[in-house]
Design a protein around this ligand. Structure first.
Ligand code: DC
Length: 231
């Protein structure tokens, strides 16, 4: 079965553009599975911190992920919308979104060795099922045949406000100025890395969510999805 016969929806975009909120709500509305692939890169960053692995050493990170696999189980009822374990330990939002993990995750995700392991795992997870997958390279690399590709963006102000609310909800206190600098730096690293830099797939629908709430974006993606002819 080719991916064109499945309702697979790729949602890419910069940090804090609302991808995870939208992707999760969309998956719930369409009753399909959901995965935020950023959580997998964050899980590897978490493992790197725990084991003292050098984040600039791609080969060492690839060995780490081979030795302590990151496992994902799609489960809409789980607190994150899926379950993720690294080194045998289930990770929650607080662990994945910690300041320490966020500070190194772009460096961890920039290595070709890391990305090829992650892309392989993500394709296997999506394997032949309808799914909503959020990330940076889903429409361009992971699921290039996905019939619906969205590139979700928003103004820096809207993104900072959203990330702040999300972190505070998880009990993480943030300083707005530091958060703005962190988001700007992560954008720069994600957009300028050599392997799969963040960019809209040529056939992606670009949605600017600065002035639309998550429900409005979900409505728009459902409208786009309803125009797709699945074979
Ligand atoms: O979406 P997020 O902020 O949780 O993602 C964390 C980092 O992981 C992000 O800075 C870039 C990387 N990432 C990636 O390179 N490719 C993906 N498909 C998802 C995330």
């Amino acid at each position: 079965m080719s991916s064109q016969s499945l309702l697979q929806i790729a949602i890419d975009g910069p940090a804090a553009s609302g991808k995870t909120t939208v992707a999760r709500a969309l998956a719930r509305r369409l009753r399909v599975l959901y995965l935020d692939t950023g959580a997998m890169y964050r899980a590897l960053a978490y493992l790197a911190l725990r084991t003292g692995t050098d984040v600039d050493n791609g080969a060492a990170l690839a060995r780490l992920v081979a030795a302590q696999p990151i496992e994902v189980r799609l489960d809409q009822a789980a607190p994150l919308g899926f379950r993720i374990t690294a080194g045998g330990r289930e990770l929650d939002e607080a662990a994945l979104q910690s300041r320490e993990v966020t500070a190194i995750v772009s460096a961890v995700s920039a290595h070709a060795e890391v990305r090829s392991a992650m892309v392989r795992a993500q394709r296997r997870i999506a394997g032949g099922a309808p799914v909503v997958m959020a990330g940076r390279d889903i429409g361009s690399v992971v699921l290039p045949g996905a019939p619906v590709k969205i590139y979700l963006t928003a103004s820096p102000e809207a993104r900072i406000a959203r990330r702040r609310a999300q972190l505070e909800e998880s009990g993480i206190n943030v300083n707005a100025r530091k958060l703005a600098a962190e988001i700007e730096e992560r954008d720069r690293l994600d957009e300028t890395r050599t392997v799969s830099p963040l960019a809209p797939a040529p056939d992606a629908h670009v949605i600017d969510s600065s002035d639309i709430d998550a429900a409005g974006v979900v409505d728009e993606i459902c409208r786009l999805a309803s125009t797709v002819n699945l074979s």
